[in-house]
Design a protein around this ligand. Structure first.
Ligand code: GLC
Length: 473
């Protein structure tokens, strides 16, 4: 039987370009679906993408009319590990330094850029009869509206919310420039406190909506986590599903990871990685527990909490290593602490290989996110045998079971859960970690258990396939 065709659209895809977890999921989820569907993944051809390295070649050109302007667009393509990729090139969308802007401020014309991207997605579906279009985050959300409005298109749409904190909200004056009629500027459609909200298009017009964990799917219906869209989501909740992300277990495998000084398959095998990393970072104390933080230096990730707690953590018998993306005031505060304490090291920037070595070296991963739609780091930590210390929200609540209830038969990994998102709770969780580390036998038993747990896409991909089937019926 012929497979149905699926176009998976994202604004970033690993290994071409990555700013966050969206890129990882856009890499690994399509791969988990391709046995059942003919999958093509599409993303913008940003200047940052190395066309030569990935053999990206031009396939076709066409024009897109948006508002009063006509934009020349090129479609490029490549195949990587048997996966089909398409890249959308348009000067407006691609010819600049970053993807979305600087850390502080998005590009002024992001509204036009990603509206154009969504028009191109519609054009792709017109040219090739994809059965289903899987759209991700606000950057692709308008495509759900464009496709719904084109009665000649039979394709269905599924829209995934990776983070409700980024909705794509713009001045209403952009409507004529993005070629969207005033009649969509209503509460039921795009209007949001007198502005235009792209994510609302995905929520309102997609045939199904998913978000990246079951707990987050419930949280976003509440004012605390709904970012102003809780009412709108409640209205559409019959088509909202929470499906937990997985990780690419080939890429994140300490048994084969080329970035590691020594590969390993159990707690005992981590020693070489730990002493190597400590040496590299100028830290001492291989026999002390090593706590690491890896991630964006953003409020969401609990950075304020971490900065507040670090000096007290540093007084404990432990070592601490931070790898943080995005500098600014957070970076300065972290560096100031690292200067004061010999057992604290801070590295800034995004470094995939170093992050792998840190997971391998770490005894604990500190991840005190205030909210976390899914989070991948805690699952990577399980795979590499670092025990996660997390706040009980979103995907963290769905993936990390509390240490006190440890049982070897469980299919889930275990970690330390904060009792609240406070500095005091974080400090007491870290102390708990130090104690556990002192009980070598129990510590290693838990690490070994966590390393055996399955956080691949195998189960969640089935859930997506079920949803696809349901919309395509
Ligand atoms: C966003 C979310 C994160 C999630 C990722 C992939 O980055 O903040 O929690 O894991 O998307 O879905």
């Amino acid at each position: 039987m012929n497979k149905k065709s699926l176009l998976f659209a994202s604004s970033e895809v690993y290994p071409f370009v990555k700013t966050g977890g969206l890129a990882d999921v856009s890499h690994s989820l399509p791969r988990a679906l391709r046995e059942s569907y003919d999958v093509t993944v599409v993303l913008p051809l940003y200047r940052l993408i190395d066309r030569k390295r990935f053999n990206i070649a031009r396939l076709e050109s066409f024009e897109i009319t948006m508002g009063e302007n006509v934009y020349p667009v090129e479609l490029h393509g490549t195949t990587l590990d048997g996966m089909e990729y398409r890249f959308v090139y348009a000067p407006l969308l691609c010819d600049r330094e970053f993807l979305y802007g600087s850390a502080e401020c998005g590009y002024e014309d992001n509204a036009e850029r990603f509206a154009l991207y969504s028009y191109v997605l519609r054009e792709m579906v017109r040219r090739e009869p994809y059965a289903l279009l899987h759209l991700n985050d606000w950057q692709c959300a308008l495509a759900a509206l464009f496709i719904k409005e084109d009665t000649a298109i039979k394709a269905k749409t599924l829209y995934t919310i990776h983070n409700l904190a980024y909705q794509g909200v713009f001045e209403s004056s952009i409507l004529p420039r993005i070629g969207i009629d005033e009649r969509y500027f209503t509460m039921e459609a795009l209007e949001f406190y007198n502005q235009v909200n792209y994510m609302k298009a995905g929520i309102a017009y997609a045939d199904v909506i998913t978000t990246v964990s079951p707990t987050y799917a419930k949280e976003i219906l509440t004012p605390e986590f709904g970012c102003g869209l809780e009412g709108f989501l409640q209205f559409h909740k019959r088509k909202l599903h929470g499906i937990l992300n997985g990780i690419d277990t080939d890429h994140f495998s300490p048994a084969t990871d080329a970035a590691l000084i020594e590969c390993y398959t159990s707690a005992k095998g981590k020693k070489a990685s730990k002493s190597d990393l400590l040496k590299q970072l100028g830290l001492k104390g291989v026999t002390k527990p090593l706590f690491v933080f890896i991630g964006r230096l953003a409020h969401q990730k609990g950075i304020d909490l971490l900065i507040e707690t670090l000096p007290k953590m540093a007084e404990l018998e432990c070592t601490i290593a931070v790898l943080g993306e995005g500098g600014g005031a957070y970076g300065d505060a972290l560096n100031a602490i690292a200067e004061r304490y010999a057992n604290v090291s801070v590295t800034s920037g995004y470094d995939e290989a170093l992050s792998h070595r840190m997971y391998a070296a770490a005894d604990f991963l500190v991840m005190p996110s205030l909210f976390e739609p899914c989070g991948l780091n805690q699952m990577i930590a399980f795979a590499y045998g670092a025990i996660p210390i997390v706040n009980r929200v979103g995907g963290l609540a769905d993936t990390v079971k509390k240490l006190e209830s440890f049982e070897e038969e469980s299919a889930s990994g275990f970690g330390i859960l904060l009792t609240s998102a406070t500095s005091r709770a974080l400090l007491s969780a870290v102390k708990k970690g130090c104690e556990l580390y002192g009980d070598k036998k129990r510590f290693e038993m838990i690490v070994n258990h966590n390393m055996r747990c399955d956080y691949s896409w195998s189960k969640s991909a089935q859930e997506y396939l079920k949803l696809y089937q349901r919309v395509l019926k």
